[in-house]
Design a binder for this molecule. Structure first.
Ligand SMILES: Cc1cc2nc3c(=O)[nH]c(=O)nc-3n(C[C@H](O)[C@H](O)[C@H](O)COP(=O)(O)O)c2cc1C
Length: 141
């Protein structure tokens, strides 16, 4: 059984509903899922998983959330990461997903295999939730 960790930051709930859809897709595909708010997550939640999804809103001038998500993500800069499969997900108010473009490139630079990403404006539509669910399934392949 594939172990999938889904680690996110959310205040208003928009990123959280995406996390739940990704989890649903991965669970339906038979994965062992581990969903954590970033504050409760450890490096092992990533290193011991077969694949991971990271989620954040665009905050603080079109960047991932800076107080909890940023330091968590930054830890992987010096780890091998070995092309581990990841999905990135998030929500923005006005940056049109620019923060996500930057985040995808950053994680590629950290030697992750970014197999998909989704950035939605504020709360996700039904179509976007379905896309998130499909990304969860992709993580199990
Ligand atoms: C304090 C604060 C700062 C924000 N900064 C940005 C920003 O720099 N760029 C942007 O596009 N949206 C920004 N937003 C909008 C959020 O990204 C958006 O509302 C998102 O859906 C929040 O996700 P959440 O409901 O999971 O917390 C900001 C929102 C808040 C509350």
């Amino acid at each position: 059984m594939k172990k999938i960790s889904i680690i996110y930051w959310s205040n208003g709930g928009n990123v959280e509903v995406l996390a739940n859809s990704i989890a649903e897709g991965a669970e339906n595909a038979g994965a062992d899922i581990n969903v954590k708010y970033v504050y409760d997550a450890t490096i092992e939640d990533v290193t011991e998983a077969d694949a991971v999804a990271f989620g954040s809103p665009s905050m603080d001038n079109n960047r991932i959330e800076q107080h909890e998500m940023e330091p968590f993500i930054n830890q992987f800069k010096l780890l091998p990461n070995n092309q581990k499969k990841i999905v990135l997900f998030g929500s923005y108010g006005w940056d049109d997903g620019k923060f996500m473009v930057d985040w995808v490139q950053r994680m590629k630079d950290y030697n992750f295999n970014v197999i998909g990403h989704i950035a939605v404006k504020e709360s996700p539509s039904d179509e976007e939730l379905l896309k998130a669910k499909n990304l969860g399934e992709e993580l199990t392949k």
